[in-house]
Design a protein around this ligand. Structure first.
Ligand code: CP3
Length: 336
């Protein structure tokens, strides 16, 4: 088994730079689409054998150095008593979004072991079957709150930000509850076999640095301070202005999107690992551009310990399988 991914997360010496891709499972893989014809996301998550198969497909196809458990950040909503559905072409849609402080009181306490038991059976199977380390993950409290309050994917996040300012007490209770749920969820994934954890704060870039520090950072500090001792990756998009605070909040590795040069981001977060940061659009081709920009990212990393190569956000559905394969080979060869 290659452990270069776990070594890099701890900023230890590696034989070459490890690579994995956010959203590597699914979407661009024909063998995944074939399964999806007959099974929804939730059906896949609830069948450990199927979840294992889908999780490991990209490891076989691309030769990536880590497997991320196939699931979704909205899974804990089932245990919080929030009814939602995943609408195709839209994303997660919540039946009754939280709009008033009393709505926060409606949430039930998430108990991972009873609410999403099959996922832990899947993680156990994946761990046994995988030749590479297994990454567990969860959405961060703000990003989860964005779905709970907006009710559907949003671009501007006016409702969630408005709630945060209008109802500071209820906001704090919501963050505390989502933080508790996320800690329990991630700890249970490690117990089941996950060897590293990534926290997705995908939509955190909607906030100003001062709002992040006042309303989010204390909860993120508690979150990272309460996780089991496995390597952690703290990922967000549009975070260039938030990086000092985001890094202070925690994470052995900080995930960058493409809106900041990798060396500049690394300079800001200081002495720890960096993950990223090829633009997913560039990864989708043409290959010559992807190759050139990948070489530039490796040059910016400059052979330092602690670089995990990834895209700046998830793989896009139209990405040619071959590009991802070639990216893995390129990064391995260039850094060996
Ligand atoms: O496209 C597919 O791969 C189909 C399966 C699917 C996932 N999520 C897999 C997933 C489906 C239908 C969803 C629903 C969903 N959830 C959507 C819309 C559909 C889509 O394809 O994106 C959205 C936007 C969400 C919310 C969500 N899920 C966020 C914000 C994140 C964090 C990563 C990010 O893109 O910012 C997820 C995580 C997620 N969804 C993962 C998977 C397999 C795990 C992370 C990973 O594999 O890197």
């Amino acid at each position: 088994m290659s452990d270069r991914f776990l070594l890099a997360c701890r900023s230890e010496e590696v034989d070459c730079t490890p690579v994995w891709f956010m959203r590597q499972a699914g979407r661009c893989l024909p063998e995944y689409r074939a399964i999806r014809k007959h099974h929804s996301l939730l059906e896949i998550v609830r069948q450990p054998e199927l979840c294992t198969e889908v999780t490991l497909q990209p490891v076989d196809r691309f030769g990536v150095d880590a497997a991320i458990v196939f699931s979704d950040i909205t899974l804990p909503f089932l245990g919080l008593g929030v009814q939602f559905e995943i609408q195709s072409g839209v994303g997660p849609v919540v039946e009754s979004p939280l709009r008033e402080p009393v709505d926060v009181e409606r949430l039930s306490v998430f108990d991972p072991h009873s609410d999403v038991a099959e996922l832990f059976a899947a993680i156990d199977l994946i761990r046994r079957a995988s030749a590479v380390p297994v990454i567990g993950f969860a959405g961060a409290p703000f990003t989860l709150a964005a779905y709970l309050i907006e009710g559907r994917p949003s671009r501007r996040f006016h409702l969630v930000k408005g709630f945060m300012h209008q109802h500071p007490g209820a906001w704090r209770r919501l963050m505390e509850q989502l933080t508790d749920a996320t800690i329990a969820y991630l700890a249970a994934q490690v117990e089941a076999g996950a060897q590293a954890l990534q926290v997705f704060d995908s939509w955190i870039g909607a906030l100003s640095p001062s709002d992040y520090r006042a309303s989010i950072q204390p909860h993120m500090e508690r979150l990272f301070g309460s996780l089991p001792p496995v390597p952690t990756i703290h990922f967000g998009t549009d975070t260039a202005g938030l990086l000092p605070s985001l890094a202070e909040a925690g994470g052995d590795v900080i995930g960058l999107d493409w809106r900041i040069d990798l060396d500049r981001g690394w300079e800001i977060v200081g002495d720890r690992g960096i993950q990223g940061n090829l633009d997913p659009v560039v990864a989708a081709g043409p290959w010559e551009v992807a190759e050139r920009q990948t070489r530039a990212i490796l040059a910016a990393a400059g052979g330092r310990r602690g670089h995990v190569f990834n895209l700046g956000h998830g793989v896009l559905p139209h990405t040619p399988v071959d590009n991802l394969k070639r990216l893995v080979e390129l990064v391995h060869e260039e850094t060996a």
